[in-house]
Write a protein that binds this ligand. Structure first.
Ligand SMILES: Cc1ncc(COP(=O)(O)O)c(C=O)c1O
Length: 368
């Protein structure tokens, strides 16, 4: 893959130097050198998640840590805020783990209204709320700070899926009072897939300790116990941890705030391109997410009637750029641009130009 061309919404483009960091002998995970490296990773991860708590590292994908969070959630009913396919995944997990779960439906493309969440929490008796920070299927960015606030006021724990948020969209685990946040390596952190992350508050772990169905591999208490000794409960993907090490150093050089701002700039450029394409080229494309609630890491764009999104994605690929078709039920009618990780605005502009070209080819009769 040529650098600056792979705009898939996860896995994202991984720089060569990150891939090269994995080309060394994996260390035994109970060795002093591993512990030293694990401790250094904690510093870097803490800066990314904005927490002084340990950041647990699992050899798994993001869904695993979503399941860990649900299994470890305090006893009682869970309120799931459902505004997309990944938000829906929390419902499936909760049901499969025999947890009582109620859904609060939110239109796809919209985000949960904190006042409505507060009202729902008041009507029911909930021990936890699940929310997706950056909903990769719709491109919507939830107001996690406000939701965590209303949840806390109602005595419920906030569980946040920030799989496509962390590293690209601002998330303040400690300052916002998030009880449990989960993420994964292959999105805005621009690493290969295979590592999942979680942070849990002291209170969340305390409640988990009183529960009985945490399992073994996904038991956050086990992760916590081992993290305190700078290790993982089971054999980790050490090679991926070398890649993480290299990437955290790069993130520290850039600065996490600067990284968030770069992602914001990519969102703004995409938003402007969509508006210009619609107004100047008379092509009816629109951002699916509503203004003011758009993710800085992924844009989901509706295609004009008569154009199939997967066909458009193929035409873009023939121009050397990879983007994604819509997710699940949105597959035919939307395409997704993953402007996350280590991409830069100028690369994104080239990608958007390639999409314009492909649209022009597919819609000659609407006067483009
Ligand atoms: C918002 C969100 N949540 C959860 C997931 C699931 O993560 P994974 O595929 O790493 O299990 C994804 C993956 O695309 C995602 O974008």
């Amino acid at each position: 893959v040529q650098r600056g061309t792979f705009f898939f919404p996860g896995p994202t483009e991984v720089r060569t130097e990150i891939l090269e960091a994995m080309l060394r002998q994996p260390l035994p995970h109970r060795s002093p050198e591993f512990r030293e490296r694990f401790a250094a990773l904690q510093d870097g991860l803490g800066r990314v998640f904005r927490t002084t708590r340990p950041v647990y590292i699992a050899t798994a994908s993001g869904t695993a840590m979503m399941e860990a969070a649900v299994r470890c959630a305090p006893a009682g009913r869970i309120l799931a805020l459902v505004n997309g396919a990944f938000a829906e995944r929390f419902v499936r997990i909760a049901q499969a783990c025999a947890r009582s779960v109620d859904r609060m439906e939110v239109a796809f493309g919209d985000v949960p209204d904190p006042d409505a969440v507060a009202a729902a929490l008041e009507r029911g008796s909930y021990s936890a709320v699940t929310v997706v920070h950056s909903e990769t299927s719709t491109g919507a960015l939830a107001d996690v700070a406000a939701i965590a606030r209303v949840a806390r006021d109602a005595g419920a724990a906030t569980i946040v899926d920030s799989v496509s948020g962390v590293g690209g969209a601002q998330l303040e685990v400690d300052a916002w009072g998030v009880d449990c946040a989960v993420s994964a390596s292959q999105k805005a952190l621009a690493l290969p897939p295979g590592l999942a992350f979680a942070v849990a508050s002291e209170q969340f772990l305390g409640a988990a300790d009183a529960g009985t169905d945490r399992g073994v591999y996904l038991d956050l208490l086990e992760f916590d116990r081992h993290a305190r000794n700078n290790e993982t409960p089971a054999t980790p993907a050490v090679s991926l941890m070398y890649a993480l090490e290299r990437q955290l150093a790069a993130i520290q050089c850039e600065g996490i705030e600067a990284r968030w701002m770069r992602h914001e700039a990519m969102r703004a450029v995409t938003e402007k391109w969509v508006d210009r394409t619609r107004e100047v080229r008379a092509l009816d494309i629109r951002m699916l997410a509503r203004p003011g609630a758009r993710s800085p890491t992924v844009s989901v764009v509706t295609v004009p009637a008569g154009i199939s999104a997967p066909v458009l994605v193929d035409r873009v690929a023939s121009r050397g750029y990879t983007i994604g078709a819509g997710y699940g039920p949105l597959r035919e009618t939307t395409f997704r641009v993953g402007h996350m990780g280590d991409h830069r605005v100028d690369d994104l502009e080239q990608c958007l130009a390639a999409i314009s070209d492909a649209l022009q080819e597919l819609a000659p009769r609407v006067g483009v």
